[in-house]
Design a protein around this ligand. Structure first.
Ligand SMILES: Cc1cc2nc3c(=O)[nH]c(=O)nc-3n(C[C@H](O)[C@H](O)[C@H](O)COP(=O)(O)O)c2cc1C
Length: 370
């Protein structure tokens, strides 16, 4: 049963990131749906799927993680890429339809590192140190069994990765994207550098938190140097990983201060934090959420994600001042029109339709159109 719409609803005020004005504060979180062609080209299904969120009222859509080179970056079979003209053209079709429906869209640029479980271009995986990730490969992305043990990335390959991020960002501009988000979260390459137990390096990229965040900060700086005057640039950060959901930074708040200050100083336009529960304290001691810490120490706009499915939870975190935009993952899949529903006072669905993410997490027929 519809309820009265909320007056002056914080969710529906405009917000500016960099030079970009967003129509509201509600974003779709990045979600890998392994629905591209085997060559990483966007399919018609993906174009319809992304357009649907914009038609449903989401002001910002962050794409699924997009691989950035035909070397070691791809994580999953049928993941989309942004490495050649054909892939760029495919994404321009998505962008065009999202824009026509009134939404803005950021490309999430990703290097899977040791968490790659399906890459036709490589027979090995790369990581800061040769340490096998915990946990098992994701079956809903066609993986099976433990992760392979990566090879330690060379300094030359680290430079190549930076170049891959900037080249993909350049293609994102050409495709018409409004921004790029570097994937610095969830256990992928940039987060592997940050993670104490996956990084045993003795050079300036290992050891202290300051050293472990260096590679991600350098990636931000190089992307900003390439496209920062044209589109918004930011980075997503988490503690948990696809291979280890419970991980916490060992230096707790002190690590958070170093990480967010360092990233903020690169000139990024936004930070995106993701936690299992965005409203929960980030560490065992202290009451601050990860978004609070990002806001205080990064000093840039914050996108926040993690179980903000109900409009009241989403409003609460905006009201607290610790974040500017809320991003919805599973709630967006359950309600492709979440913003429209909330604006109209229509209750939101709390469960995903059975089979949406299984047995393979590709886009299903019922996720197309309105
Ligand atoms: C099917 C699926 C795919 C995901 N793929 C990505 C991804 O490509 N990049 C990323 O940063 N996070 C990814 N995530 C994590 C989500 O962005 C989000 O952090 C997570 O769903 C928690 O938010 P929620 O509580 O709103 O669902 C994925 C989540 C799901 C459910």
């Amino acid at each position: 049963m519809p309820t009265e719409p909320v007056a002056n609803d914080a969710l529906f005020s405009t917000f500016t990131i960099g030079a970009l004005q967003l129509p509201n504060r509600v974003a779709v979180a990045p979600m890998t749906r392994v629905s591209a062609t085997a060559d990483g080209v966007v399919t018609d299904r993906m174009v319809d799927y992304y357009e649907g969120f914009a038609r449903g009222g989401f002001g910002l859509i962050i794409t699924e993680g997009i691989y950035i080179d035909t070397d070691h970056s791809q994580g999953y079979l049928n993941q989309p890429g942004l490495t050649n003209a054909e892939q760029e053209l495919g994404w321009s079709r998505v962008v065009e339809r999202v824009h026509a429906a009134g939404g803005k869209i950021f490309a999430q640029l990703m290097h899977a590192g040791s968490h790659s479980q399906g890459n036709p271009y490589a027979t090995s995986t790369l990581a800061p140190s040769p340490i096998t990730p915990r946990g098992q490969q994701l079956t809903f992305y066609r993986g099976e069994g433990p992760y392979t043990t990566p090879r330690e990335i060379t300094r030359e390959e680290m430079t190549d990765v930076q170049t891959s991020f900037t080249c993909a960002a350049r293609r994102a501009v050409a495709a018409g994207f409004d921004g790029v988000e570097l994937h610095g979260a969830n256990g992928y390459l940039l987060d592997q550098f940050l993670t104490d137990y996956l990084n045993e390096r003795s050079d300036e990229y290992g050891g202290s938190a300051e050293n472990r965040i260096r590679f991600a900060a350098e990636a931000c700086a190089s992307v900003i140097a390439e496209v920062g005057s044209e589109i918004a640039v930011g980075i997503r950060i988490s503690q948990g990983k696809v291979s280890d959901g419970d991980h916490r930074w060992s230096g707790a708040t002190a690590d958070a201060v170093t990480i967010f200050e360092t990233l903020g100083r690169t000139g990024i336009d936004f930070l995106h934090t993701t936690e299992y529960q965005a409203l929960a304290p980030a560490f065992a001691t202290g009451s601050e959420t990860l978004a609070d810490l990002a806001k205080q120490h990064g000093r840039v706009p914050v996108i926040v994600n993690g179980q903000l499915d109900q409009p009241e939870a989403a409003r609460e975190i905006l009201r607290s001042g610790s974040a500017d935009i809320i991003a919805l993952g599973k709630a967006a899949l359950a309600n492709r029109d979440w913003p429209r529903r909330v604006r109209d006072g229509v209750p939101v669905a709390t469960e995903l339709r059975d089979g949406t993410l299984g047995p393979i997490a590709d886009i299903k027929d019922w996720e197309l159109g309105d």
